[in-house]
Structures are given as C-alpha cells and as structure tokens.
Design a protein around this ligand. Sequence first.
Ligand code: C2O
Ligand code: CU
Ligand code: CU
Length: 503
Amino acid sequence: MGIKIKIAALAISILVIGGCGSNNSKPNEEMDHSTMNQDMEEMDHSSMDQDMMGNDHMSHDEVVSLNNSTGENELKIPSMLERDNEEGVVYTVRAQKGKTEIFDGVETNTYGYNGTFLGPMLRFDKGDTVKIRTINELDEETTFHWHGLEVSGDVDGGPHNSLKPGEEKVIEFEVAQEASTLWFHPHPEGKTAEQVYNGLAGLIYIEDDNSKGLGLPNDYGKNDIPLIFQDRTFDDEKQLNFSAVLNDDGTIGDTLLINGTLNPMLTVNKEKVRLRLLNGSNARNYTFKLNTGDSFVQIATDGGFLNEPVALKEITLTPSERVEIVVDFSQLNTTIDLALINEDGSILLPFEVSDQSGKISRIPGEMNNFSLTEEEMEMPVTKKVELFGMMDQVTINGKKFDAERIDFTQQQGVTEVWEIYNKPDMMGGMIHPFHIHGTQFKIISRDGKEPPENERGWKDSISIKPDERVKIAIQFKHKGVYMFHCHILEHEDNGMMGQVKVE
Ligand code: C2O
Ligand code: CU
Ligand code: CU
C-alpha cells in the first residue's frame, strides 16, 4: 500500500512538471489526474519500472529555456560592503524588504541585504576576525547562512540560528581558510526557497597572500567580475509570486537575472577578465560556454584555486556551485559579437569589448598546493548518504529532515570518507547538488574514477547524477551541528536535509 500511495503521488508530480516530457509528452495533456492515478495504483512496482524507465520518457532535466538577453542593461556590480566604524562591530548585514525597478518603470516587491534586492559583497582577508551584526527587518523569521565558510555551528546560520522579525544578533568568527568565492543566503526551515527567490543572496570574497600575489585580474568590477545567475518567472504585474510558480522539484523561470540585472551586458577591455560564476538559482543547472566555441580557463572551484589552470570549452554549474574562470578578450576575435551562452544556445551575457587594452595580468601555471593524499584515498567509507526521490517525496537515507534528530556524528579535526549515492527513481531520477555546511571537502572519486581535473580542488557543493556514487574526504575544523542537503532549495525545504554533529 505504501508503495502505491507513493506511485500515485509521483503520478501527480509528473503532471505537475508538465514541461518535463520529452519524446512522449502527449499523455500529460490528455490524461487527467484521476485516470492517471487509477492507472498508476493498479500497476505493480516492476511493470511500472519497466514502463517508465524503458522508454526514458520522463527526463527531469528538460526545462523551459531562458529568454535571450537583449543586452540593453549594463550589468550591475554588487557594492563592496564598507566596514562599520562602530567599535567592535565590523559589518552590519540587514535582511529587508523593498521595491526594486527590475523592469523599466515598474516596481517589483523584493527582498535584499542592506538594500532592496540581493546584497553587497563582503570581502574578508584570511586571518581576519570578523564581527557581523545581523539584523532581521523582515516580517518573517530568517537566518544568515555563510555558504562555504568554515565556522562553528552556532554562527553558521542554519535553521537552528533563526532570528525573529526585528531581532538582531552579533556573530564573530575567524577567517582561516584560503582565498575563495563564497556566498551568503537565508536558511529558515521550510522557507529557504522563497526567501532566496525573493532576492536574499550575497557574495563573500576571501583573499589571502597567495591570491594577491598571483597576478590574476583582481580589479573588482573592472576585470574581476562577480556573476550571480538566477532564473525567475515574473507575473503579468512583473512581480515575483513565488507561491504561484512554486515547483516542488525546483522552481525555475524563463527570465535570467545576473546580479539582479535583467537583459544584462558586460563591457570589458581587451584583457584577461576573471569571472566569478555563482549558480544562485533555486534549481536550474547551467552549462556555460562562449558563443564562438573558444575556450576559457578555470582557475578556482567552490573553495579555492586549482593547482593549475584548466582549459575548458564549457562548464556546468548546479545550484550553489561556483567557479572562477578567466576569459582572455585580448585573444578573441572581437569583430564579431561575443557572449556567454547556455548549453541550448540561449544568450546569457553579451560582451561589449572596448578598444582599450586594459591591464596586464597573467594566469600563473601554479596557483595552489591542494592535495588528496594516498592515505585519504585509501580510507574506508564511514558515512553513507543516499539521496532519493523527487518533488515532496525527497529523502536522505530514507528520512526527511527533523531538527531534533542528529543523523551523523564526527570528531572535530578528523578526516572521514563519506559516500554519497544518488539512487534513481522509476523515472530515472535527477541530478541532486549535494552540499555540506561548515567545511570544504575533497572529491576522492566519482563512480570509482578520479574526478575531472577541474574538480581537483576544494568543494562544498557537488553535482551528483542519478545512479552516481561519489566519495569525498571531509574534515570539520570547528564544532557544532551542521546541515547537509540537496541545494535544489525546494528539495531542501521538502526535507532533503540531514544534520551532522561535530564534537
Ligand atoms: Cu547554501 Cu545549506 O546552504
Ligand atoms: Cu551552506
Ligand atoms: Cu535534490
């Protein structure tokens, strides 16, 4: 009976997805809920498996494509947050509501940090002691989560660190990790997807002696450009009506905003330009490439520099993943229109290349000393994570999130190997971007094989395909209770999250 109920629920889910069908999408339109339900209930597990998987007709990955950017608006660059003069408090970050002119002459209701939409960039140096006064000016609870930051559980901003409307709290931590591009966003239990969708997200840059000495492009907003990719659906009034467009398998939209800019374009000099890409979308995956097919160079993963630059023609980012890439505009044919495009060809960011030659920066052959040791590679798996399901039926190790339940314990400072498996469902399953709080980890293997060159660096989020098994070496430097979860925010809100207690 349990299985039948699930199948019925899945059947409804299939109908809800709608746009998901590929070579066989007709039945979606012709079948109504009730007949579909009936059919499914009568089917037994095995015939269902065969029917659904054999034809491969329900691919979760086919989603509405993005409208091309017309390039009519210069890309907005988030401001760098000034430090406070106030004794003892270094930064103030407030979550607030507001109205933002995303479309000309129209006010859209949005959320933002220290502004009406998105947030400023926080720049830390390795070794800094950072104090942040966090203030909740929303009408609902929120948290301030520092994604990718190695901090103790009590300041990590998970669902246990919730601030009520009007509340504020000063947190303090030491920045001890290497140069990287991290981000921050809210994490209230069951409400993360909507708050991020409404605009709560900001960037963190960590710099260190290494990053400052490498000679890479580092002129913020000039040749060191953050790109926060978020897809949205706007209603007829140009509002973000989350509950109206909510999809339990991940809310997607046809309209791309980069750094909150609609129809963005970026003006660059004829020089090497460093792009820090963040997939800040609730659910959409992107595969970025240049429209000319030219290659670019990846220099960093989520948590730091690669040892060596890796030349690529395209790079896929699932939600919450970051990469830093360098595009050398002095080497590209600028007599044709250049743009960053998505896998399906939609234009994400047209480039306008000015005649100026810009700065001389370089991409050094050696950037870091990341290593995966022999010992780590041979350690036995001590924690297993099984990701399963879709829509509101998502689970980790067969369970849904329970704030009162600790799923794993791990000793502070001790490396363990976690194995994460994405168990396919009857429809084949879908990619789940898996994220762990409070640390950066190393990928040991994907399905027993060495990870690709551009994943041989610190990661805090990892894309896992259906039926894929990934081994990671992970150590926590601090104590506390940390979340691990799918970073499709609706999956997270639907309970695809667990807790590890580090003691
Ligand atoms: Cu981006 Cu639980 O985090
Ligand atoms: Cu996180
Ligand atoms: Cu998921």
